[in-house]
Each structure stands twice: as C-alpha cells, then as structure tokens.
Write a protein that binds this ligand. Structure first.
Ligand code: ARG
Length: 259
C-alpha cells in the first residue's frame, strides 16, 4: 500500500513538473510574441490626390479606394503605419523629391520624364486614357479633338498628351477632374480626357449626361513613386507588390471596386 501511495505521489509530482514545464514554455512564447507586437511600428507617409475614384477618394470622411487599401496592406507587410497626405496631383512628385512623404500612390502612370525625378516600383495596374464627351456630342475619336476645348486634371498624363497633341490653348486644366466634367456639362469644354476606370466611375455616378468613346487615347501602367535613390524602400515595396499580386490579394481589392 505504501508503495502504491508513493507511486501515486511520484506520478503527481511528475505531472506537476511536466505541467510546470509546459506552462513555462507557453509563458516564454507569450513574452516573445508580445515583444514583437511591442516593437514600435515605423511610420510611412503616403501622399496621394484623393480625387480619383475608384483608386483614391473620400467616402464619409474616410479615405478609400484601390490604392488606399493596397497601401494599407503593404503597410501591414512592412510593419508600418500608413499616414495619408492628401495634396494636389501636380504636387506629388515635388513632395516625394523633397522627402516630405515616403511614397506616392495615386494611379500614377510610369513615364520616362517622371523617371528622371523619382523612382517607380514594379507596376500594379494598367490603364487607358479615355475620351469622355457629352451624350449628344459628334466627337467620335481622338481625331475629332483638334480645335476643341479639352478638360484634364493638372499635371496628369492626359494634360501632357493633350497639350503636346493639340496645343496649350486647347487644354483647360482643373485641380479636380470632376470640375472638368462640370465644365463639360456647362458647355465650357467639349471633352474630358481621363483614366478609363475613373471615367467609368464618374460617368456612372452622373447617370446620363456623358458617354465614353470606345477609341483609346493611350495605354499606361501605374506604379508607386519613391524618392530617387531610396532603394531600401523601393525594394521593400517591390517585394510587397509582388507578394500581393501573387497571392491574389491585389485582385481581390480591385474586384471590390471595379465590377
Ligand atoms: N494616371 C494619370 C497620371 O499619372 C492620372 C493620375 C491622377 N491621379 C490622381 N490621384 N488624381 O498622370
């Protein structure tokens, strides 16, 4: 009997020890993970121009859109908190160059000229410059645009291409492309040139006054801009873009906004 009791005792002592052992393992993992969580997040300033649905716009006081969601997802991957700086489109590149923001994500097209001043990541979307006209317009393609007034957003590729092709005097520049559409409604401009998905979003929202021409003006690709020579951030962003492209997360975000 004594033997049995001492056996039971030693078993429970053993159980206690094992219990303690496993408990302490759990405790040490806990400490480890809370240490990671406590590691201060880096802050990255994203500059954008939130006048560009479905890529970046404001809804009920919140910044939303494909670029905003991608930037936040990329932020998670980089363990960085994203702070949004909403400025004019033509201020984005100077702001990146001056280092006042870390990166720009604004449906920004990669062009040779822009590459002289900033670096671009891998591309993440394609776009088409599209012509939008009033429903009753007789403009049917880019060839009909000569001698017409064309509304564009200041500093965009639409601005650059239209100024090159039709002359400065043909182009009316607006800080928000929606103002160009209002001017078109009022008969002050004959057409607006803007990125295809933005054209679709604005035309759908307006419900009936405009039509999108099927002939494309120019094809482009969007990428994220960083300060020239900031290869550390560029590489991190490239890895994150490749990851969200490969995992299907980017497509999921795009599908949320573009149907
Ligand atoms: N893709 C065009 C460009 O890079 C227009 C971009 C306008 N973006 C904006 N967020 N307003 O010039």
């Amino acid at each position: 009997m004594k033997k049995i009791i001492s056996l039971i005792l030693s078993i429970s002592v053993l159980a206690l020890l094992v219990g303690c052992g496993s408990k302490s393992t759990v405790a040490s993992t806990d400490t480890a993970s809370s240490e990671t969580a406590a590691k201060p997040k880096q802050k990255l300033i994203l500059c954008t121009n939130a006048e560009f649905p479905p890529y970046e716009y404001k809804e009920g006081g919140e910044y939303v859109g494909i670029d905003i969601e991608c930037a936040k997802l990329i932020g998670e991957k980089l363990n960085a908190e994203i702070e949004i700086m909403d400025i004019a489109f033509d201020s984005l590149i100077p702001t990146i160059m001056s280092g006042k923001a870390d990166f720009a994500m604004a449906g920004m097209t990669v062009t040779e000229d822009r590459l002289k001043n900033i670096d671009f990541t891998h591309t993440y979307q394609t776009a088409v410059q599209t012509i939008v006209v009033p429903q009753n317009s007789d403009i049917t393609s880019v060839d009909d645009l000569s001698d017409k007034k064309i509304g564009v957003q200041t500093g965009t590729t639409a601005d650059i291409y239209c100024s090159d092709d039709f002359g400065d005097e043909a182009v009316e520049r607006y800080s928000k492309i929606i103002d160009g559409f209002q001017a078109m409604k009022a008969g002050k401009v004959d057409a607006c040139v803007v990125d295809d998905q933005v054209a679709k979003a604005i035309v759908a929202q307006d419900g009936g006054s405009f039509k999108i021409l099927s002939s494309a003006y120019a094809e482009e690709e969007y990428a994220i801009a960083v300060k020239k020579g900031n290869t550390e951030l560029l590489n991190k962003l490239n890895n994150a873009i490749d990851e969200i492209k490969g995992s299907g997360q980017l497509l999921q975000i795009v599908n949320k906004y573009i149907h």
